[in-house]
Design a protein around this ligand. Structure first.
Ligand code: DGY
Length: 329
């Protein structure tokens, strides 16, 4: 490796991590507003020592081969890593990392914003005023659902799910969770969180917030069958990954009044949004802003850079996803 390693960053990141990285490495930052076309990505990754990727880039065997054998690390600038084929990275001897923890509270805030906005019809109210439509205060106007003292069901009770539960406590809510594992008492007891099977949680919860990773098992975890089990007053929030919800089925369920509303930060065919959802007043949609704050994006960038430096130094990166790659080293 040359004295100054070559690093590719696939989208501009915050100034501070960019500076820290550039002080030590020759950095190429791809500036295309709408991401790198695949063919171009496969060309520019060639001969790179480390790459900082976004959730918009697919990292698979083809990508790793295009990069070449000198590639040490794929540092994903996101906590989710469904865009990265970990087995392919390990097979190629490439470390893969993500950016957990630093975005937990911010993403939980986003889930909470969506929960409140959907329950209280904030998007609809905004649209009414901006459209300059006539209105007057009325006792039956735009009634929403109370949040306080209701039951929240959290699907996927990891770091972000637990952070959402902490917020729910402040609203006097009862907390249920569904997860592949039974979480230890030191986590559940302070939150008063009770475990349920998913079907029971769907039937019992007034608010459902999704916090699972996208895997083959969670793709379309929410579809027509699940919406049928939910209360007709229920609010669904998703800040995890879009394909966890079958969007066509969600649009049908909302149209049929099977559930009350949905707040979505992520989409099945991102950046596209199912046209059926765009038509509905009962949907609050935002463009994947879960971790989008100045402080958090700075922290994510710095963690990605820390991971890159560790890999270049031949040490174990702090948030390594495929530690088995070190066994082969
Ligand atoms: C993540 O980190 O996985 C988010 O979806 C991007 O902010």
């Amino acid at each position: 490796m040359s004295e100054r390693p070559k690093v590719l960053v696939t989208r501009p990141i915050m100034e501070e991590p960019t500076k820290v990285l550039s002080d030590r490495c020759d950095v190429t930052i791809h500036e295309n507003e709408f991401g790198i076309p695949r063919e171009e990505l496969l060309t520019i990754v060639k001969d790179i020592d480390a790459v900082i990727t976004m959730l918009t880039e697919k990292v698979d065997a083809e990508f790793l081969e295009a990069a070449g054998p000198q590639l040490r690390i794929v540092a994903n600038h996101a906590v989710g890593f469904d865009n990265v084929d970990l087995a392919a990275c390990t097979a190629a001897g490439v470390m893969a990392t993500n950016t957990p923890d630093v975005l937990t509270e911010t993403t939980a805030d986003t889930a909470w914003v969506l929960l409140m906005a959907t329950a209280r019809r904030i998007g609809e109210g905004e649209r009414l005023l901006r459209a300059r439509r006539p209105w007057i205060w009325g006792p039956l106007m735009m009634l929403g659902q109370d949040v306080h003292h209701k039951t929240i069901g959290i699907v996927g009770f990891g770091r972000i799910g637990q952070a959402v539960a902490r917020r729910a406590l402040g609203f006097g809510m009862k907390v249920l969770y569904a997860d592949a594992v039974d979480l230890p008492k030191d986590i559940t007891e302070p939150l008063g969180a009770e475990r349920r099977e998913l079907d029971d949680l769907l039937a019992e919860a007034d608010f459902i917030s999704i916090h699972v990773n996208l895997t083959p098992a969670t793709r379309h975890l929410f579809g027509a069958e699940q919406f049928e089990k939910m209360k007709d007053t229920a609010v669904l929030v998703n800040t995890s990954r879009g394909p966890v919800i079958d969007e066509a089925a969600l649009a049908d369920a909302l149209k049929a009044g099977q559930i009350f509303a949905a707040g979505l930060d992520v989409f099945e065919r991102e950046p596209d949004v199912h046209p059926g959802l765009l038509e509905l007043e009962s949907v609050v949609i935002i463009p994947h802003l879960g971790s989008a704050t100045v402080d958090t994006r700075n922290a994510m960038g710095l963690l990605a850079v820390e991971n890159v430096f560790a890999a270049l130094d031949g040490t174990s990166p702090p948030t390594l996803l495929n530690p088995e790659v070190l066994e082969g080293a």
